[in-house]
Design a protein around this ligand. Structure first.
Ligand code: GUN
Length: 301
């Protein structure tokens, strides 16, 4: 697909809304089938261990959802909830025991961690074959050299959403807004792997609107509500909105807002909504990664 060429300026068009909820459901059903088949064939029940340190309310919500959906997919969920005052050594000892446990296939340490804990040391301590978040340097290196491994869940979700509307990525201009290790950098690597021409922008980028105007694909992951305006987006572009910020509207009601001005994107070829776009895909891809890790463990006996 070449989105820019498919647009005629005289022809008003409605952007397709990519339904992340529906796609996540489909992926979830497929993952559940794979988990059941693996269990039946080998006796291995894909198991995800989630570690939550402290009482960050958003993290608690995310972890609750991850646990619930793991169980709903017929997989085993293990939860470790640790006090916010825990020492780094204690957390590292827990990771070591999960690494050594043959019945655990995926380990996820919910971020952010309390200040006294060095998150890099903790993530580096996770066995790369169980690193279902794809944050370990071995998996980051594998992604950047294009040799497989476990890929971070939100970027994977972005690609699955893009795959529903983009058939041929070769030579398309992709602009990624945000250079985080969790989304911006890995999604840029995945787009590069598909032979897009990738530009990664960030807080210090000059002339962002003009850069975005060159994009056939926009991935917005800046965490800045309604940063990307309609006039920045080329007609026929595909827009993936990773941002999700809680804001108060005029009536004092809380609302979730993306990084893109969704209502101004009617001239795009396709856009993801917030909520209901990228959000549901992250957990779906986490469970898919866990089954991938469990299959690998089963194959190695
Ligand atoms: N905190 C916010 N997003 C994530 C994520 O994708 N993985 C983990 N482990 N923590 C997070």
């Amino acid at each position: 697909m070449t989105p820019a060429q498919s647009y005629s300026a005289t022809e008003p068009r409605m952007a397709a809304v990519i339904d992340g909820k529906a796609l996540a459901r489909t992926i979830g059903e497929d993952t559940a089938r794979q988990a059941a088949a693996l269990h039946e064939r080998t006796g291995v029940l894909p198991t995800l261990a989630v570690v939550l340190v402290g009482e960050d309310p958003a993290s608690q919500v995310y972890v609750r959802r991850k646990v619930k959906e793991t169980k709903a997919a017929g997989m085993r969920s293990i939860e470790h909830r640790l006090d916010a005052s825990i020492g780094e050594d204690e957390l590292l000892a827990l990771i070591a025991s999960l690494n050594a446990d043959p019945f655990v296939h995926g380990i996820l340490v919910q971020l952010p961690l309390p200040r006294q804990i060095d998150a890099t040391r903790v993530l580096d301590a996770i066995d790369p074959t169980k690193d279902v978040d794809g944050f370990h340097p071995v998996n980051v290196g594998r992604l950047s050299t294009g040799i497989g491994g476990l890929v971070p869940c939100t970027p994977l979700g972005c690609m699955r959403l893009l795959d529903t509307v983009v058939r041929d990525y070769r030579g398309l201009n992709a602009v990624v807004i945000g250079k985080s290790n969790i989304v911006g950098k890995p999604v840029a690597m995945l787009l590069l792997e598909r032979e897009c021409t990738v530009t990664v922008t960030h807080i210090a980028t000059k002339g962002l609107p003009d850069i975005v105007r060159t994009a056939d694909i926009v991935v917005a992951a800046a965490g800045s509500p309604r940063l990307v305006r309609g006039e920045w987006v080329k007609p026929g572009a595909v827009v993936i909105d990773v941002g999700i910020t809680r804001v108060m509207d005029e009536d004092g009601k809380e609302r979730l807002v993306g990084d893109c001005a969704f209502d101004e994107l009617g001239h795009a070829a396709a856009v993801t909504p917030v909520p209901g776009g990228v959000g549901p895909m992250t957990i779906a891809c986490l469970l898919a990664n866990t089954v991938q890790a469990a299959k690998r463990a089963a194959a190695l006996g």
